[in-house]
Design a protein around this ligand. Structure first.
Ligand SMILES: [Zn+2]
Ligand SMILES: [Zn+2]
Length: 305
């Protein structure tokens, strides 16, 4: 039997085997499979030994679930579903209810359910996280900042919460702080290119163009080498190229900017802004007829979308 590890962006499957010492196939592929794991008695998520090591920074014993703060157990294996029907802690019930409300677009109500969850269980990191995301969608970024900071107090290695915190700070116009938060996230997980891209965008806006360029190039490299993780849309490489193009434009390096913008256009969805940037760069390069055509394309896409 295989279980998924609930550790963030962990690609490992957990092999649960009756064979003493674990399934031999799993044992031979420690990158793909874990044979040691723990299960949260409250929310039922499983965590592989590597993620447990990351959570605690020490030995897994005595560690609590980073998602809900519940107790972790090595003994607990197949009894999860029984436990769910028997007695789910009230805090978890409020949390699950909030997730349903979010799916239905009822975010104000979801925030209230999450308030109840964290009141009952102050170490409920996942509830603070969902609360932050809901508040961000409700355009309440100052409160979202507080929620994501609460996650990070409980789970300092949480890269997603750091990424979201950066977004909320950006929304508040606190760009230097956002850049700092993205840098921290990139230090913890250098392969998560979403943080690099947002760091690059923020640095570009702060007129720190050389730094921005370096960051975009790193993101492009990670995608080219298939080492990037967490690229939900699949367009991470394209977005990084667009950012590189914008930064090179600011640096007045128009020929290189054009190459980056073209790479972005050919690998991403139609975007009027990219075509408008392309038109601008072509104009600066003195290629006026092509610039006119590019501006036309931008206008067409804008009308269509
Ligand atoms: Zn849990
Ligand atoms: Zn894991």
């Amino acid at each position: 039997m295989l279980l998924a590890c609930a550790g963030w962006s962990c690609p490992r499957l957990i092999s649960v085997s009756a064979v003493s010492g674990g399934n031999p196939v799993a044992r031979e592929d420690p990158e793909g499979f874990a044979t040691r794991f723990m299960t949260c008695e409250d929310c039922g998520h499983h965590f592989c030994d590597r993620c447990l090591g990351r959570i605690s920074g020490q030995q897994p014993e005595g560690v609590h679930c980073v998602r809900c703060g519940g107790p972790l157990s090595t003994r607990y294996r197949f009894r999860y579903h029984e436990a769910v029907s028997a007695s789910v802690p009230e805090a978890i019930r409020h949390y699950e209810q909030a997730l349903t409300l979010v799916d239905e677009g009822r975010r104000e109500e979801a925030v209230r359910e999450l308030d109840r969850a964290v009141l009952l269980r102050p170490a409920f990191a996942a509830a603070y996280y969902e609360r932050g995301v809901a508040l961000r969608h409700l355009d309440r970024p100052a409160e979202a900042v507080t929620a994501f900071e609460a996650v990070l107090r409980l789970d300092p290695g949480n890269v997603e919460a750091r990424f979201e915190l950066g977004g909320a700070l950006r929304r508040l116009g606190r760009l230097p702080e956002a850049a700092h938060v993205y840098r921290e996230a990139a230090r913890i997980e250098p392969r998560y290119t979403s943080t690099l891209i947002n760091l690059g965008i923020t640095l570009n806006e702060l007129n720190r163009w050389e730094e921005a360029l370096e960051v975009f190039e790193e993101a492009i490299r990670l995608h080219a080498e298939f080492r990037a993780i967490g690229d939900a849309t699949g367009y991470g490489a394209s977005v990084a190229q667009a950012g590189k193009g914008a930064t090179l434009t600011n640096l007045g390096r128009y020929a290189e900017a054009l190459a980056a913008i073209d790479a972005s256009i050919s690998s991403g969805p139609d975007d009027p802004l990219k075509c408008a940037n392309r038109a601008y760069v072509l104009k600066r390069l003195g290629r006026l007829e092509e610039a006119r055509l590019a501006a036309q394309v931008a206008e067409e896409i804008r009308r269509r979308t």
